[in-house]
Design a protein around this ligand. Structure first.
Ligand code: UDP
Length: 333
């Protein structure tokens, strides 16, 4: 392992949707991703690069052993619960997993001398801002426990960094979507709550899509979001890691395209890509959904020279449809 010293990166939640794509991007750039996942929401098949350790981020002994065994030099921390609705119903689950256990991870990193963390944060830390696009200096006022837990961890990283010679990049994703352009990885949540997979399920006859609200103050009455391709997110993570490893200061950055698309636009593009109709109906608004969320991604462009390559809506939905079609053949009904 000494040959690759400095190249082993711990990827917590690396068997999940975004983590698995980041592990693949790390491997493509000469790093060795060490996936650390408890498989509660992650999938063993999604670990396709580097070693796998089945473990929980609350397990200090296993973390210390893994960090030492692989001579870990940096961490990408994805492991978290991420259902906004569930976080409102069961906040204790979110504070325990996303905060208490994440602090156990941070302590293990500090105690092992690991000095760089790329942290999976979220635009949910902003809540419902009144100015668009959202720049990083927009006040962070989460409106659900999920966003609150991500904000708490950003603040913890800030204070740990000051005290412990650690640097971090907090990456605030907008709407992660799409699938690995090679078709090997993609989005599989259970239950699925995200718009694009549900649109594709509806095309497949798995029930009509429910549009949450048709009377928003947006051009077509449906919510507008900034969809960012998961492969572009993965690329940004590797760039952020390179930035930290070469001495960059701690930073928080939005990852989005700066372009918003409505629910109806997503349906229109999906119908075009699949050549089939999306059965749908309008239902009442979902609690906590702001009308419009769009990023100002200029910091990531400036600091990381990051430019999304796959994130036009057509490309996102084509990759998601390809994955959906492949995965449908093997998944349990
Ligand atoms: N949405 C919808 N029907 C669904 C799921 C989502 O109309 O079954 C809308 C939702 O209101 C939001 C957008 O699609 O405006 C994206 O929702 P998603 O849950 O994918 O991501 P979020 O924006 O909540 O992170």
């Amino acid at each position: 392992m000494s040959d690759s010293s400095g190249r082993f990166v711990l990827v917590t939640g690396g068997a999940g949707y975004i983590g698995s794509h980041a592990a693949k991007a790390l491997a493509a750039r000469g790093f060795v991703p060490v996936t650390y996942d408890n498989l509660i929401h992650g999938h063993r098949w999604a670990v396709q690069s580097g070693p796998f350790v089945e473990g929980d981020i609350g397990d200090r002994a296993k973390l210390l052993e893994t960090i030492s065994r692989y001579n870990i030099s940096a961490v990408m921390h994805f492991a978290a619960f991420a259902y906004v609705g569930e976080s409102i119903q069961r906040p204790e689950r979110y504070f325990n997993n996303n905060v208490t256990k994440s602090l156990t991870l941070l302590d293990a990193l500090v105690d092992s001398g690991v000095r760089h963390v790329v942290f999976s944060s979220s635009c949910a830390t902003y809540g419902t801002p009144d100015r668009m696009p959202i720049a990083e200096d927009t006040p962070q006022r989460p409106v659900n426990p999920y966003g609150e837990t991500k904000l708490i961890m950003e603040r913890a990283l800030h204070w740990y960094a000051g005290a412990h010679d650690l640097t971090f990049a907090a990456l605030r994703y907008f709407n992660a979507a799409g699938a690995d352009p090679d078709g090997k990885l993609g989005e599989v949540h259970s239950p699925e709550t995200h718009l694009i997979p549900l649109v594709l399920n509806a095309i497949d006859g798995r029930g009509a899509l429910e549009i949450y609200g048709g009377d928003y103050p947006t051009p077509d009455g449906t919510c507008v979001r900034d969809y960012i391709h998961v492969a572009d997110l993965a690329d940004a993570h590797v760039r952020a890691l390179d930035y930290l490893l070469s001495g960059g200061a701690s930073v928080a950055m939005n990852l989005g395209t700066g372009n918003g698309h409505s629910v109806r636009e997503v349906i229109g593009v999906a119908e075009h890509v699949a050549g089939r109709k999306v059965p749908h109906r309008i239902v009442p608004r979902r609690v906590g959904d702001p009308p419009i969320l769009v990023a100002d991604p200029s910091s990531a462009a400036r600091v990381l020279a990051w430019r999304p390559q796959y994130s036009d809506l057509d490309c996102i939905i084509r990759s998601a449809w390809k994955w959906h079609s492949e995965y449908s053949k093997v998944r349990p009904v």
